[in-house]
Design a protein around this ligand. Structure first.
Ligand SMILES: [Zn+2]
Length: 167
């Protein structure tokens, strides 16, 4: 019983931490987490992705004492455009296109990506995420994970950055 309560507490802490961007125009589909009572950091994400993340976070705590939290999950198209515009203003178009995905190709906008923290949590997930079907995708984004493969199978090789999505 204590173990179950502990796991519940861990899951609760994992989900209670870290406020990402506020969804402003969430599309309610069966595959998205759209219940208004859902913690904001998982709202709008693919339900299977959320289930995989929960399992990974509980396992990271149980096996390694490491907390993993979502720092950014689903984003509206408008939010992704804002991030892009700010990055272009900051570093110019070429560099921005290595750092920010286009709105129509962003896995965050599709509800199929999550950014995690803190750093040791991201490191743990990079090594162990394949067990839950969560893969790092880009070399320059060690915090960004997508449900790229079936749980328990090998993650594909990393690509350098998101610039391929702009071609
Ligand atoms: Zn990301």
């Amino acid at each position: 019983m204590a173990v179950l309560a502990g796991l519940g507490l861990v899951a609760g802490c994992v989900l209670a931490l870290v406020v990402g961007l506020q969804p402003d125009s969430l599309v309610d589909t069966p595959t998205r987490v759209a219940d208004p009572s859902t913690p904001v950091q998982v709202r709008g994400l693919d339900a299977d992705l959320v289930a995989r993340f929960r399992q990974a976070a509980i396992t990271a705590h149980a096996e390694a004492g490491i907390e993993i939290t979502i720092t950014s999950g689903w984003r509206s198209a408008a939010q992704q455009q804002e991030i892009l515009d700010a990055k272009v203003a900051e570093v110019g178009v070429d560099e921005a296109h290595r750092l920010v995905a286009p709105v129509d190709a962003s896995a965050h906008v599709q509800g199929l990506a999550l950014d995690v923290g803190p750093y040791d949590g991201a490191l743990w997930l990079r090594a162990e995420g394949w067990r839950f079907g969560l893969c790092q995708v880009y070399v320059n984004e060690p915090w960004h994970f997508e449900p790229t493969v079936d749980p328990g199978t090998t993650c594909p090789p990393l690509v350098p950055d998101v610039s391929g999505l702009w071609r």
